[in-house]
Write a protein that binds this ligand. Sequence first.
Ligand code: ZN
Length: 390
Amino acid sequence: MKAYKYRIYPTKNQAIEIDLQTEKCRQLYNKLLALKKDTYKDKGVTLSRKDLYREVKGNKEAYSQVSQNVADRINKAYGNFFARVKRGERKKGFPRFKKYGKYASITFPQIVNPEKIGKKTNFPKIGWLNTIYHRPITGTPKTLTIKKAKSGKYFITISCANPKTETLKHGKGEIGIDLGLNHFVATSDGEFFDHPKPMKGIAKKRKALAKQFSKTHKRSNNRNKARVRLARTDEKIANIRNDYGWKLCKTLIQKHETIYLENLNARGMVKNHQLAGAITDVSWSDFTNKHPYKAESAGGKVLKVNPKNTSQMCSGCGDIVKKTLAIRTHNCPNCGLKIDRDINASINILTKGKIGLGQPECKPERDEANTDGISPKQALSMKQEAIIST
Ligand SMILES: [Zn+2]
């Protein structure tokens, strides 16, 4: 399955209809969830997907197809919850009720006329939707999701079965890469890839907008306006990040067969309050999560290694050479090796990978129709450290 995302331009009335359907689905979601929880509590019975479907049938509020998907989402939320419990994760995330505004999309689980998709998009009750298909769809369209982004823009996501996969060929050999603040990526081959250029300016702009937002009064019109402005900037940041990340992944995989990178989750827990840093964090986690997909499609491999000591250890002799963040050059008093600190780290990552310390990536969980990635705000709460100094 492959998801294609396009922007749509609904008329005022269509937008109202989409918002209304979304809200009805949210209410249905909460109703079904309450029913499932209560039935278990009172009778010890877990309602199955079929039971929920039966319940949905009686609901004439939302479109029947769309409401069936609401039942599917509850099933999925439970499934994800049990999977997390099984894996012994700290945050189990038991399915919760959705507050107003926290349910932002509706999904049509069956596309009636798949051949029409890609030309014009027709919906029951909504009608023809003005859509810009900026890239062609491949495969058979299966499901379609309409989503209102926080920026107020509307998008559709079409998932297709049997898409034409990009014929990407992996290169040869192994490489270690280090993610840093100075350069986005430093490789064990001695190459640097910088952070996307427009990020710096836009990070500044976001900071200013966030300040504006914090000064507005709660539940005021100005606050809503400021929220939309902030969301639009976040959208831009996400776009730059995605675009850059994909291109870099592609470049690296076309050159190598196996890529070793840091397991970001194993980094220290030093808080990073800087906004630019937060954006960097997201870019990194985004990058390390997307890498494996790209590599797999090309038949290559991406393995994660524990980053412990990789920045302090000498890649020449293995001695620990303590250095603060300000020191950019690794200068070993023992063996005399003098190289860039990030290159030194990437060579250590490669070495760890070569001796078999690399772990395959565990696939990230995708939540319902969310293709936007992580917001900088979420990144802040992830409390990932910008750079390890021990
Ligand atoms: Zn040394």
